[in-house]
Design a protein around this ligand. Sequence first.
Ligand code: CP
Ligand code: NVA
Length: 326
Amino acid sequence: MPTRATRTPRSPRAVRSLRTQHFLSLPDLSPAELADVLQAGLQLKKERARGVRRYGATALANQHVALLFEKPSLRTRCTFEIAVRELGGDVIAPPQDVAMGEREPIADVARNLERWVSAVVIRTFAQDRLVEFATAAPRLHVVNALTDEEHPCQALADLLTLAELFGELRGRTIAFVGDGNNVAASLAQGAMMLGMHVRLAAPADYEFTPQTVAQLEGLARKGATYTLIRDPRKAVQGADAVYTDAWTSMGQEAEAQHRRKVFAPYQVNEALMRTAGDAVFMHCLPAHRGEEATDEVMDGPASIIFDQAENRLHAQKALLMLLMGR
Ligand code: CP
Ligand code: NVA
């Protein structure tokens, strides 16, 4: 396992409310705001572990948050429900068949919800649907709970997990092996903002788009770098963390068979983890065990996948508190 932090990453300091109204994409935060969310998440986690709930316990008092999910979810839905309640707010979850534009236009759904709730957490397909919703109801706080293109709440939890483990993330290396998908894109954005080295090991046609690469380069701070490396063995060498995700994301089921063939050389197994050295293993879950990662790796000593899942709660509590807390 890699060298762990020997002390708390930084002593607590006052964190500020976020300037952004919505959280549709990781770069909606400045690098300093991202650091604040991570710090607040670690503080909330510590208090919860001690059975104390002072920090943020009434931040969402008298506020409702609506959860609109057009795709399945275990982790995101559960952790947002718990997060809102632990911050003193309440959640509503309108059924899927009335939620997002089939029964009435998306903009009308947004304008209705704007009259009742303070925030809407949305899991949908194209990022454009999220933007359309947020544009129609500017008084709402709209939070991206996963789109085809991005999964910024997952990235917050992943970076919090790494910060917990390593302290300062500047100069650390993360190797994402597999599909250059929504999870990979948000993680890379955040990692670049914090000064990390990001490597993507993806087959041809499954790497980041040129637009995403240009965006990543623009987000780079404190010596951050982005590199595409086709060979997964080269990509993971010396990395501090190896990350993978499903080869077939929600909505791509028709391509599953083809993707299994294309991604087979990108499986994270014990041999690849040995090549990596003492890296930790990460996965956003749900996993297709035996495809993108083997049981031995998922359940092995380097795996921190359930820490990531746990940290969804703390990261999202911090996000909501700083986005809309009173
Ligand atoms: N990682 C993640 O977003 O999990 P769910 O799809 O279960 O919410
Ligand atoms: N890339 C996956 C992530 C699931 C949390 C998907 O979009 O289905």
